[in-house]
Design a protein around this ligand. Sequence first.
Ligand SMILES: Nc1nc2c(ncn2[C@@H]2O[C@H](COP(=O)(O)OP(=O)(O)OP(=O)(O)O)[C@@H](O)[C@H]2O)c(=O)[nH]1
Ligand SMILES: Nc1nc2c(ncn2[C@@H]2O[C@H](COP(=O)(O)OP(=O)(O)OP(=O)(O)O)[C@@H](O)[C@H]2O)c(=O)[nH]1
Length: 441
Amino acid sequence: MSKPVVAIVGRPNVGKSTLFNTLAGERISIVKDTPGVTRDRIYADVTWLNYNFTLIDTGGIEPESGDVILSQMREQAEIAIATADVIMFITDVRQGLQDADSKVADMLRRSKKPVVLVVNKVDSFEKYMADVYEFYNLGIGDPHPVSASSMLGLGDMLDEVVKNFPEGAGLEEEDERPKVAIIGKPNVGKSSLINRLAQEDRVIVSDVAGTTRDAIDTDIKYNGKEYVFIDTAGLRRKNKIKEEIERYSIIRAVTAVEKSDVVIIVIDATEGVTEQDAKIAGIAHERGKGIIIAVNKWDAIEKDNTTVKKHTEKIRQILSFMPYAEILFISVKSGQRVNKLFDLIDVVIENNSMRVQTGVLNEIVAEAVAMQQPPSDKGKRLKIYYITQVAVKPPTFVIFVNDKELMHFSYTRYLENRIRDTFGFRGTALKFIIRERKEDK
Ligand SMILES: Nc1nc2c(ncn2[C@@H]2O[C@H](COP(=O)(O)OP(=O)(O)OP(=O)(O)O)[C@@H](O)[C@H]2O)c(=O)[nH]1
Ligand SMILES: Nc1nc2c(ncn2[C@@H]2O[C@H](COP(=O)(O)OP(=O)(O)OP(=O)(O)O)[C@@H](O)[C@H]2O)c(=O)[nH]1
């Protein structure tokens, strides 16, 4: 079972961001230069007891009037219902129960998704507890009093959240079929691609950026093998401001990536690769998934014999944090190279779960060290004692050294490249953990 997703919804100013930040804490991403990940905190990894889950903040839109607030809350709730395993509904004891709260509670109740009702700003239980009982009127279960800013009641609230996780959440998936998420900016051709792969019009395709569809997993058989494609198409997003569409496309991407083994990042060749593509790609990179970049609408651009090279260079530059990603130029419209995706998916999944033997690994590293001396600082030189692979998905290596501080990012990158020279690992990130060991054994 993949990592559960928990979404936060609630009226403006109830303390959603405060709660999100408190729960997220200061997380350091695998690679610090992943764009969007640390800057734009729409989602975060949270650990509580033995559980890991992804927390999503569906909010972030400026309120204007009461009507707008309600309609925005409905959209938040829609997104949460469509993507989350558990919804945290945040209310505010100081503002009390509001009409919009009741309306959203109705929606959530009808969805049958597990909801944890949180009453925030209960900075003192004595003072506010009487007011908390009022929230029983929402009819979505017991209110959980918390204070996001003074960190009160959070443990009990989180206990309730994890209690609602689906059975087996976080454990190994039993379904062996490859799960493929298709992500990308609005209008790049994600739905068209799924349709083409499925060779039937199951999903509606339209010219308007961010148009309607339901999130459905599509099972597709190719060469006798079954694949599950996870669509990230938005909900109804007509007439929306650009930032809003972007936020939703990121939320959709996060939840789809979470459930997948391999991610196809679709880029529009007619627009070229952009910073927004980098933000979306960063999500897949950060989570260590297998990655394929599909440059779509290849039919629609003028080409000469340098076009592929130019596009590739630009992609490598803007997506410089994922030099390992496979790139494929496709046209969903003409069908050009679309079926090649299946072979690439197989290869990338295999690489993402490949294990290499410790003996060979240490030989490669010893050779690499002999060819390029490790860095030193103030007369002390980095010593590398031992390397071993400790995990797959993504392949994760622990390197034992004499002094962590001496292990420069560029030297890790150098070792990574030597390992890739031997084993390939095309299409997958590699993760390195540096550990100190006192003596040379
Ligand atoms: N007293 C008190 N104030 C809090 C608490 N949590 C948040 N606040 C305050 O409530 C205000 C709103 O908090 P935010 O976290 O920005 O609320 P939000 O729900 O994310 O707001 P929007 O971004 O407008 O949707 C801020 O002034 C916070 O400092 C709390 O537990 N107690
Ligand atoms: N020329 C050309 N147009 C394409 C190709 N693939 C998709 N399109 C067009 O691009 C537009 C957007 O396609 P969609 O499949 O709706 O894109 P999407 O990424 O699912 O869009 P959202 O629902 O907004 O996230 C449609 O008008 C498609 O006909 C292609 O290979 N070549």
